[in-house]
Design a protein around this ligand. Sequence first.
Ligand code: LMR
Ligand code: MN
Length: 401
Amino acid sequence: MEGAWSACERRVSVKALMDCARAQYLLASALDGMAEAQRDNRLLSRAITAYLQLLKNNERLSDTKLVMVANRAIDRIKFRGVYLNAEPIYRLLIRRFPNEVYYRNNLTVCFLMANRVDLAEEVLKETLRLWPDDRVALGHYGFILKNTHNKHEEAVEYLQRALEHESGPANEPRFYYHLGDALLLLGRLKEAEEVHKRGAALGHFLSPSQRSLYNVDRLKGRPWWPIEDTPYVQLARALEKSWREILKEALAAKALYEKEKEGLSEKGWSQLDLFVRGQEIPGRCKTAPVTCSIVRSEPAAAGCRRGQVKFSAMEAATRVRPHVGPTNCRLRMHLGLSNTQNTFIRVDKEIRQWEVGKVFIFDDSFEHEVWHNGTSPRLVLIVDVWHPDLTAKERRSLPAI
Ligand code: LMR
Ligand code: MN
């Protein structure tokens, strides 16, 4: 209780106490306390091992104590980012509390966080066999049907059932988001709009059209930003001034472009990242020195940990379906580079066109879509910058996206 962690650790680590549950608990707590005080991940790993050891002998723990220890151990495992290590703890909780669907759903989430959709799906099938109406499980199953199996109609059915009531544990922003998105994918626009309105009314979205999920609530939201209303006039003018050199760099690096990965367009859209999450892709700026040096002159661009800097190429006849970005913490600058005729972008309700050598700025947390009715590949430079309303502290401390 006095925080004398190492003294505690020494006392409880003696051989004679090896089989004593209370000593094991104190050992784990002491290591945990020490790890936290010294911010030491090796100590934390030892604490986790000690918790797991204690949980192995769980018959001796009361229900209350078991839940307490399990929750702390899971919390520490998540903090370390090794989600799969929490699996045996969830299995144990499921065995001890077989009538609680809650622990099964948390195991599902744990597998999803670990990118093990296959394992999540296994748990979900069993959960839904035992609790066919559990809304959290229905929501997750709908999410997997949509995102992993591309079964959008079925996904809609599951997600709709998950959201039949407007309260309870399934009433989550991401289920509203994916239900609306699945409906958009199916072209059921009226229904999508209804879901987006409902989600916004419940506070899950900033507004029906601004549906990013990682937000700072007080930030001003507007779809299109006049450059003069931002602190990024200098950056915009510098990009415009050098557009020819930037175009040259964009073309010279063509072999490195990668297909867009989020499934927003079937084909025809490729990109080359220069900065991601506020960091240069190692060595990438050698291929685009002028572009990078201009970006580096604005810390809110080069250091935007919730955005990217990238070249974006789009073949003629490409269509990017309506979608939203993940966060309202960035604004997105585009510099038109080539073949912008007959290419269009809609953000919220307003459609605009790129112009070669010109910058515009929009907020991609609002619904937007792109279509290319021209004949040659369109090229633009995308530069994400921190939303101007964010404080210096927020720019330093918000988790990267
Ligand atoms: C988007 O951000 O979705 C598009 O505007 C990207 C692009 O290249 O136009
Ligand atoms: Mn987008």
